[in-house]
Design a protein around this ligand. Structure first.
Ligand code: BG6
Length: 369
């Protein structure tokens, strides 16, 4: 049942090209327009949306953070991302022109379900991005966009995360087309690039030998930091979460720009830091800013493990290790940059002799608040 792999997690990491590809299947109609799964929302309802609020927990919430960057860029609709349990018990400013998008692999997470119910009571439109057909959250939502990652057994989410990001890109591109505007034309070409992502993920999975070795060397490490910027910020947070969940190591993800406002004080000799470097094409010179961050922490003794695109040579002088990912446009890069972080957590957990699929104290689906 593990398809020749030692753990479900390893199997699921390797299924990620399919999770992304299958989530994209059947998403375009004859005219090349994007289509949703079941929906009670009319195109007019969706045209009238003036705000999107994404609610989720855990890994799904990091998919939501990635979605914010992409959806705002393509649609110019303001997007907020909030942990479902925080959203539920405050007074959010939402109405019938708000689209509340929940993201949940299981569709049964009680915190997320309660937040969806709260949103409906307040009159918002609700859309569920979910991996489990017929589960409670999609049943209680106005519209559904199913991810097709297939069943995810390992407690720590991997392929569902990539599928969630993919589905939120699809949602963003759909809304961009529906509403016209600057990025409607770009939607077609981004869709085309998305179709090519499974092959890039496949290629990347074939390059993970060095990551595995690094993980083995680091079995005694007590703390690991992760830095990222732009869409790399949620990827850094997800890398840290994976390590906490699987290897019980203190791990923290930071926005790279925040480094100088506090976290840089944590850097001392030998501190391992993963840096998710933005694509050199990222707007506003963010690539150069992150390269400076790597230089700063290296000068203070950090051991820098850099995740950078093929051909990005600027990082090399400041990197103890460079992990290469295929090139992509900046907003799509999380589908690639998170993969080495998943593989790292998997192999560190294995090196420590821990239960990869069933980490202590965690459940796959938390059905209590
Ligand atoms: C947690 C799981 O409890 O729930 C995480 O351990 C998961 O892996 C989170 O990301 C949210 O779950 P779901 O099913 O709502 O995506």
């Amino acid at each position: 049942e593990k398809g020749g792999y030692a753990t479900f997690m390893e199997k699921e990491i390797n299924e990620q090209p399919h999770a992304v590809g299958d989530t994209l299947l059947g998403r375009t109609d004859d005219e090349g327009r994007l289509v949703l799964d079941q929906t009670e929302l009319s195109e007019d309802d969706l045209r009238s949306i003036d705000k999107i609020v994404i609610i989720a927990c855990g890994t799904a919430a990091y998919a939501g953070m990635v979605a914010k960057y992409a959806i705002e860029h393509w649609t110019r609709i303001p997007v907020e991302v909030e942990l479902a349990h925080e959203f539920r018990y405050r007074d959010p400013v939402i109405d019938e022109q708000t689209l509340v998008v929940s993201i949940s692999q299981s569709g049964e997470t009680m915190d997320t379900l309660m937040a969806v119910r709260h949103a409906r009571e307040l009159g918002a439109r609700t859309l569920s991005i979910c991996n489990t057909h017929g589960s409670t959250i999609p049943r209680e939502s106005d519209a559904v966009l199913y991810t097709h990652a297939g069943p995810e057994i390992a407690v720590a989410s991997t392929k569902a995360f990539l599928a969630q990001i993919t589905a939120s890109y699809v949602l963003g591109l759909y809304l961009a087309q529906l509403r016209g505007g600057t990025y409607a034309d770009e939607a077609q070409s981004v869709m085309k690039e998305l179709q090519g992502m499974p092959a890039k993920i496949e290629e990347l999975l074939g390059r993970m030998g060095r990551v595995k070795e690094i993980a083995r060397f680091m079995a005694d490490t007590r703390s690991v930091l992760f830095l990222g910027r732009h869409v790399g910020y949620p990827v850094a947070m997800e890398g840290a979460l994976k390590l906490k969940e699987l290897a019980y190591i203190h791990a923290e993800g930071f926005a790279a720009g925040e480094l100088k406002h506090g976290p840089i004080a944590l850097i001392d000799a030998g501190q391992p830091v993963f840096i998710v470097v933005p694509s050199p094409d990222t707007a506003h010179g963010l690539h150069g800013k992150v390269v400076s961050n790597i230089q700063e922490i290296r000068a203070r003794g950090a051991r820098t493990i850099v995740i950078a695109e093929d051909g990005d040579e600027e990082v090399v002088p400041f990197a103890d290790e460079v992990i290469r990912i295929p090139q992509s446009s900046p907003l799509l890069a999380p589908l690639l940059s998170v993969v080495p972080l998943q593989v790292f957590a998997l192999h560190l957990s294995t090196a420590k002799g821990l239960d990869v699929d069933q980490p202590r104290n965690l459940a796959k689906s938390v059905t209590v608040e």
